[in-house]
Design a protein around this ligand. Sequence first.
Ligand code: KG4
Ligand code: ZN
Length: 351
Amino acid sequence: MRVLGIETSCDETSAAVVCGTPEAMSLESLVILSQDVHRLFGGVVPEIASRQHLTGIVPTVDAALREAQVTLDALDAIAVTHAPGLVGALLVGTSYAKALAFTRGIPLVPVHHLEGHLFSTLLEYAHATPPFTALLVSGGHTMLLDVPAWGRYRLLGQTRDDAVGEAFDKVAKLLGLPYPGGRPLEQLAATAEPPVQRHPHRFARPMLRKTAQPGDDDFYDCSFSGLKTAVLHAVRDAEKAGDLDAQRASIARGFQDAVIDTLVEKVARATRQHRRTRVVLGGGVACNQALQQAMRDRLGARGGQVFAPSPRLATDNAAMIGAAGLFRLHRQEFADPSMTATASLPIPGIF
Ligand code: KG4
Ligand code: ZN
């Protein structure tokens, strides 16, 4: 089976060709057109994103087919992200995929963007299969899932306010770093020592009550807005003392350490509670090496395995849509002509 994946939910126009079965898949091509223009605005501007997808979609799909050395005739299906995301951006991908599929008589498979993130690790690690604990951390989502089987997603917890990536981006902005801020913040944090107890940059860990029990809301849920405010106060204090430049790295380190401690503890709780040994990370924040290392240190000690995709597959891309599409194709889940883009929608199979 060979699937063309198309992704346009946010600010990446991407197409990929994925081949094989849900048990053994390989990536034949991947093209990602990143819309750098949003850097000028410090965030994604939806109208600009849609327009850039419009100009980018045809050459991106053509390049993916060329790179895979196949024509449309070689495809068993076209998989496209139909939710969630920016509606105008999603519409470009869904409209294009629909037109291509229906005029060429190729089956069309709608894919949920977050299910795509769960599948992307499989393209690099054949053992990243259920059952596993999944942590999806991106600019728009923070979700902890237990995955007993593909297509069955038990939602354990999520953020109550900012997504982790969003918090990274906002804190990076406070520290004068460019957008998107996750990577530069990680690089800056790596130059500082971890703030010790009582250090002003040893920020309180959000939602880490030691006595929390399974069933309590804060056992798995996260919250990052308080941490963001704590960083804001630290930045203001440093500015008042005329010392911000000297303190920026330490503040970045303090913020990142607090986020990582929180996420690692929540994931450890999930693996313990559901007796999972495998952990799959997904989304742009999964690129964070310090996060990956902390997960491995904590879970590896108990025989756990942590899988994180390489940066190209962790951030938004069409390979993951092709991979999830292959799974949905095997289940014969096709789109009908009424299929459209949806801004928010639960992952299919969530419980
Ligand atoms: O998955 P993604 O490409 O797009 C969304 O669906 O949001 O994730 C982008 C997010 C941004 O917030 C970015 O700052 C963050 O991922 N990010 C990182 C790192 N690399 C990207 N956050 C922390 N550390 C990184 N190394
Ligand atoms: Zn994403």
